[in-house]
Design a protein around this ligand. Structure first.
Ligand code: ADP
Ligand code: MG
Length: 290
């Protein structure tokens, strides 16, 4: 490859908001068969708003939200941001937390006023055999809402549903990929029903949900083993192992530092459709040379 042509392309791409950190990855972009996308923060904006609070037992909605917000102030997850700002909007007093811990891919925990509080995924609740209003949960999930569970001393205190915004540009990206015969795949830690809802909005070909961070990387490995050239697109800390495993790792500019430091290319404008732009630029660049 003529270094000058590549340098010119690198500068053109930078102007378009594509930051190329690794040229080998950029070169692979022209041969892709599959593009994998994380859901939250990648295909969606990752800006959650609380839509429903369903308390259990004697708890009130405000208590459920207040407990959750107390420990979520220690988390950087988009779910945390949504819960904390909702509690602020409600004028709820911020309680003090000790012994904060995150439970990778499943939620968080901490001590509030001498009680252990958890905010966790549906999978965590199922794994611990806690019962909840399944009909209510299913209805919310089928509307594409992410539901988390608030536990006090390992007992259910309530559910909080949050809605995110699907990126319009993600739809454009998926249909442009489809036109070029490239497979689009979603890889998310979120619940299966929510994942299916978002995938349907976008026309995504394949969905893997409730996937833990290390398994995101394993899934990429499996796709590679099929002999495919695969790109992974993500924004979160939990996407970093998968970004590193893919032929081409692409980070969303609005995402975490860890994702950006691991990726081959950064989409400065956080526009998933720039993946298509990147592929075209790669083709143009490397077509010119032998
Ligand atoms: P994603 O791929 O959607 O970014 P994560 O691996 O970050 O997924 O999280 C998977 C699931 O774990 C979330 O859908 C949520 O149920 C739960 N979870 C993770 N972090 C938090 C948090 N700070 N508060 C509540 N739940 C969380
Ligand atoms: Mg994400």
């Amino acid at each position: 490859a003529a270094p000058l042509v590549v340098a010119v392309s690198t500068s053109i791409s930078a102007k378009k908001g594509l930051l190329i950190r690794n040229r080998a990855g950029f070169e692979d972009a022209r041969h892709l068969n599959a593009v994998v996308f994380d859901k939250t923060g990648t295909l969606t904006k990752g800006e959650f708003g609380v839509t429903n609070i369903i308390p259990s037992g004697d708890y009130t909605k405000d208590e459920v939200l207040q407990f959750a917000a107390a420990i979520e102030q220690n988390s950087e997850h988009p779910i945390a941001t949504g819960i904390v700002s909702s509690a602020k909007d409600q004028g709820l007093e911020q309680k003090r937390v000790t012994d904060f811990e995150s439970i990778t891919g499943k939620g968080i925990q901490g001590q509030v006023g001498g009680q252990k509080i958890n905010v966790v995924s549906p999978k965590y609740v199922n794994d611990n055999n806690l019962s909840f209003d399944e009909q209510q949960f299913n209805e919310l999930s089928e509307e594409g809402k992410t539901v988390v569970f608030v536990l006090v001393e390992d007992q259910l205190a309530g559910m909080i549903a949050l809605a995110d915004i699907v990126r319009e540009t993600a739809k454009e990206a998926v249909s442009a990929l489809k036109e070029q015969g490239i497979h689009s795949i979603m890889l998310t830690g979120d619940n299966q029903k929510v994942a299916n809802w978002v995938a349907k909005q976008l026309g995504i070909d394949e969905v893997y949900a409730e996937v833990l961070p290390d398994d995101k990387a394993n899934q990429i490995k499996e796709i590679k083993d099929k002999g495919w050239k695969v790109a992974m697109t993500g924004d979160g800390v939990n996407d970093a192992p998968a970004l590193a495993t893919a032929h081409l790792g692409i980070a969303i500019g609005a995402g975490t530092d860890v994702a950006m430091e691991t990726a081959d290319v950064i989409l400065v404008q956080s526009n998933p459709n720039d993946v298509v732009e990147l592929m075209e630029l790669s083709k143009k660049t490397y077509r010119k040379m032998v």
